[in-house]
Design a protein around this ligand. Structure first.
Ligand code: ZN
Length: 565
């Protein structure tokens, strides 16, 4: 079967309701833990089949947001998602958690399994179904606004992903003009997007209050399934980034400006890492995919057949097209045991990063496809990003194939981006804590707060006084802030883990890739901290973790001669 052959199925709520009743009855009639476990497995399979159908709708819609059939299906799915939670998942979870055989079930499926369901129950209630639907409607509205971007630039029309290429152009004037065109879009939609965000913040806060939380922060963490850390650990972690990483990144940005021979670098200059241009991959999409196949064949006995599987079943949609949603993602279709990768290739180094990053995610999905119950196949997001970001580093030995004599430049840029990303990532997180702890501030106040946080973590950024960015508009391009509150920090937590893998690769630690494959195979059977331990890495929250992790990176940059670029 190929992806195109997968039918578009919209779940029928009446049937789901009947099924849900049946599962519940069977579960409650069962007279032993073993019998209940059997029902749990059946329920799990059914639930993930439905989830798959909803995911297929979402993929089809993001592939072509302008298609009325998919628009309609997505609108229907937006309504169905919370209803299905309410009818099917939550009542069953509640029954499991209050089962007379609870302790035995915990022995069979593990404590983590129970904690996952507890987080689901604690973050949901029938009284918030309408609010969740409202939240989904707002997100669809947001997505429509940004995907419909048609930005004129030098006689052509581009969407946001396509235009991004010009913001890293060699020519300063092009960078400036393209950045201006890019930000003009957000400035023009400032009020509209600001209103959508304000509505999102309020509907989320309303849900938190209904569920008995002080504000949305705790609920946001629970929605992400975080069962082994909270906002306090994250705050301490952000402080570590500020103290141990910001000095390193400040130096890297200074060095970058020196390489570019720009005395007064502006915000649009930092998209260009090297004076004669960022490294660009050699060849078009087909060539890059062939190179990726060779890389995965050579990497290990497991990765080669996996990548062939992805190609054979058409599970990569890589080209940028009009109407296609922006960005890139990997998602998993458990009914078919298919990972799916979505990207917007634009001829930059980012294309290669998709072939390593998103493929890292899908490799994990593929490795864990036989784990049952399926709720344990995939871990929480910060752990998922370890699979993808570490794969980017395990791919280093093959970057010569992708970049030719620009290989060294790519490695330099890649590592540099990995580190400079950390302060940005925590800035996004700090901003969101402010937003949800102070839900009633105005859009203007949010903008101002962003600018304040930006100055703290990204002091190199300079904007024209009084411009949209100077007033704090930058966060509006970050879709995670709208779509998935508190998610963004996960990329940085994972990056800190991936950098530890990177350090082990530098030290020629043979066990590094074995540990990597191990955490791909165990999927979501453990919570974040335990997965990190299983990988033989330090947990980012532990004090001193950042200092140690950054040490080798600092040395690597001291030894890298960037005057040759
Ligand atoms: Zn990712």
């Amino acid at each position: 079967m190929t992806f195109e052959e997968i039918p578009l199925r919209i779940p029928n709520l009446t049937i789901v309701e009947k099924k849900a009743k049946k599962f519940l009855e069977e579960f409650q009639k069962a007279t032993s833990a073993k019998e209940q476990a059997k029902v749990i497995r059946k329920f799990d399979r059914y639930y993930f089949n439905i989830q798959t159908d909803l995911t297929v709708i979402s993929i089809r819609y993001t592939l072509n947001t302008q298609d009325p059939e998919y628009q309609e299906a997505q609108a229907k799915a937006d309504e169905l998602i919370p209803e299905i939670e309410s009818i099917l998942n939550i009542p069953f979870a509640k029954a499991m958690l209050s089962s007379p055989y609870y302790e035995e079930l915990k022995k069979i499926f593990g404590e983590h399994f129970m904690n996952i369901y507890r987080a689901k129950v604690e973050s949901f209630d029938d009284r918030i179904v309408e609010d969740l639907q409202e939240e989904n409607r707002l997100l669809t509205q947001y997505n429509r606004v940004v995907s419909a971007a048609k930005i004129p630039f030098r006689g052509e029309i581009y969407n946001l992903s396509q235009l991004a290429k010009f913001t890293e152009d060699l020519d300063r004037e092009t960078r400036k003009e393209a950045s201006k065109a890019y930000w003009k879009f957000f400035e023009e939609h400032n009020e509209e997007l600001g209103k959508i965000y304000d509505d999102l913040v309020h509907v989320r806060t309303k849900m938190a209050h209904k569920l008995g939380y002080k504000n949305f922060v705790e609920l946001g963490y629970l929605r992400l399934g975080r069962t082994d850390y909270g906002a306090e650990e994250v705050k301490k972690y952000r402080d570590q980034i500020y103290h141990d990483v910001v000095p390193v990144t400040k130096k890297l940005f200074r060095q970058q400006a020196k390489r570019l021979e720009i005395k007064n670098p502006k915000y649009y200059d930092y998209n260009l890492t090297f004076k004669d241009g960022n490294p660009t991959p050699i060849g078009n999409r087909d060539t890059l995919v062939l190179k990726a196949q060779k890389m995965y064949d050579e990497m290990s006995a497991e990765t080669g057949p996996f990548f062939r599987f992805m190609c054979k079943h058409h599970l990569l949609d890589l080209d940028a097209r009009a109407g296609k949603s922006g960005g890139g993602y990997m998602t998993y279709l458990s009914r078919y045991e298919f990972p799916f990768v979505f990207a917007n290739f634009n001829g930059t180094q980012g294309d290669v990063e998709v072939l390593t990053h998103e493929i890292g995610h899908s490799y994990q999905g593929y490795c864990a496809r036989k784990i049952f119950p399926q709720v344990l196949q995939s871990p929480t997001y910060e752990a998922c990003e370890i699979h993808s970001m570490s794969m980017e580093f395990f791919a280093w030995p093959w970057m010569k194939d992708f970049f030719g004599d620009q290989e060294k430049k790519f490695l330099f840029a890649h590592l540099s981006n990995a580190v400079t990303f950390l302060p940005y990532g925590v800035a996004v997180d700090e901003f969101q804590h402010f937003v949800y702890e102070n839900p009633d501030v105005t859009h203007q106040e949010r903008l101002a707060k962003w600018r304040e946080i930006e100055k703290k973590y990204l002091p190199h950024k300079e904007y024209r006084k009084g411009s949209f960015l100077d007033l704090g508009g930058f966060w509006m391009k970050q879709r995670h802030i709208f779509e998935s509150p508190f998610y963004y920090i996960d990329y940085t937590l994972a990056q800190v883990c991936a950098l530890q893998f990177w350090a082990r690769i530098q030290k020629k630690d043979e066990k590094a890739f074995e540990d990597y494959k191990h955490i791909c195979r165990i999927g979501g059977t453990l919570p974040f901290r335990k997965i990190v331990k299983e990988a033989g890495l330090k947990v980012p929250f532990e004090s001193g973790c950042l200092k140690d992790t950054v040490q080798l990176v600092r040395e690597w940059f001291e030894n890298a001669d960037d005057s040759q670029f």
